[in-house]
Design a protein around this ligand. Structure first.
Ligand SMILES: Cc1cc2nc3c(=O)[nH]c(=O)nc-3n(C[C@H](O)[C@H](O)[C@H](O)COP(=O)(O)OP(=O)(O)OC[C@H]3O[C@@H](n4cnc5c(N)ncnc54)[C@H](O)[C@@H]3O)c2cc1C
Length: 297
């Protein structure tokens, strides 16, 4: 029996189950397909993950798919999505945001309720869960600067992680070790709406120069020597191409997909890395996540 039938017939809960095309749920816009499931609360997330582990069904986690390359082909596997975990609860100086809350929804909620501090995240394509896993942000502020607690599923039960136990670092956190984030308790700073609006405008303006088109944002973490984009540019790799994927002329740390396969995108990433290493000796670290399905992700 295929995974879809197995999952659809035997899974006892109400969480949505459907086939999902990776080209439609990632910003890079390529890849194959699998089954997806979207738990609607923390208990359901625990039950889904316990079921997948017990049945040894390969699976992986997905938020807004903005930093993620999913494989080509049809997969007998389950993509666990956070898109139904959308709660936003303000209580005094804290704001609970479900893992599936998008960056846009977070900013709109904050503006409506006079909560400042999230403006630096404006324009970053993200869910709160994905941003937590990647410790997303800009120079001034990262998710780790505003996270007070993270609610996540580990070892078959819900755990509350203090910031010290999250192992936040540059584009890193403990949640990359197969721990499913359910929601994040964020610091809520009161601020006048006109100030929030002004700061949002300023941060958004800074993003106007980023390349347009299907991408995953920055592909590589900046090495200590210089910005990864500058390094790739100096190596003469702007415009380097593999099938329909190419290194952006505008920002060399972006790869743009003009209708190609994930294999081409992956080959281009490997090619850029190899060229930079050959020309400078610097080994670039990938920021983007190449997702694979595993019964124990
Ligand atoms: C145009 C563009 C601009 C960008 N600009 C920035 C920027 O300025 N700063 C920045 O930091 N990033 C930037 N990014 C990258 C991206 O937006 C961030 O990394 C963001 O945090 C990804 O969130 P997501 O929900 O899309 O995560 P996804 O891409 O869906 O997932 C990222 C990783 O987290 C895992 N994951 C997702 N949700 C969960 C969950 N609930 N529990 C456990 N694991 C999970 C996935 O398996 C994957 O390993 C940009 C991307 C694009 C396309």
């Amino acid at each position: 029996m295929g995974v879809y039938a197995h999952f659809a017939e035997r899974f006892p809960l109400a969480a949505a189950r459907e086939r999902i095309f990776f080209s439609r749920c990632t910003t890079i816009g390529c890849g194959g397909e699998s089954v997806s499931v979207s738990p609607s609360d923390a208990e359901e997330a625990v039950a889904v993950l316990n079921f997948l582990k017990r049945e040894r069904i390969p699976h992986a986690f997905l938020g807004a798919g903005a930093n993620t390359l999913l494989p080509d082909g049809r997969h007998e596997a389950v993509l666990v999505r956070s898109d139904l975990l959308k709660g936003l609860v303000l209580s005094g100086n804290t704001l609970y945001a479900g893992a599936g809350v998008t960056g846009g929804a977070l900013i709109r909620f904050a503006l409506t309720h006079g909560i400042g501090g999230f403006e630096p995240f404006i324009g970053i394509p993200m869910t709160v869960g994905g941003a937590c896993v990647m410790n997303a942000g800009v120079r001034e502020r990262h998710l780790s600067d505003v996270a007070l607690r993270v609610l996540a599923v580990r070892g078959g039960r819900i755990e509350s992680f203090s910031p010290e136990t999250c192992r936040f670092d540059e584009k890193e956190s403990i949640f990359q070790e197969g721990i499913f984030v359910v929601g994040v308790l964020l610091r809520a700073e009161r601020a006048p709406q006109e100030i929030i609006r002004k700061r949002c405008g300023e941060f958004l303006a800074r993003r106007a120069s980023l390349p347009k088109g299907h991408s995953m944002g920055c592909v590589f973490v900046n090495p200590k020597e210089m910005g990864a984009g500058q390094l790739i540019d100096r190596c003469g790799l702007k415009g380097m191409r593999c099938g329909g994927a190419f290194v952006s002329d505008k920002h060399a740390n972006f790869i743009i997909n003009e209708g190609t396969s994930s294999a081409d995108v992956a080959a281009l990433i490997d090619g850029v890395k190899a060229e930079v290493r050959k020309k400078t000796g610097i080994v670039l670290r990938e920021e983007v996540r190449r997702l694979t399905f595993s019964a124990d992700p």
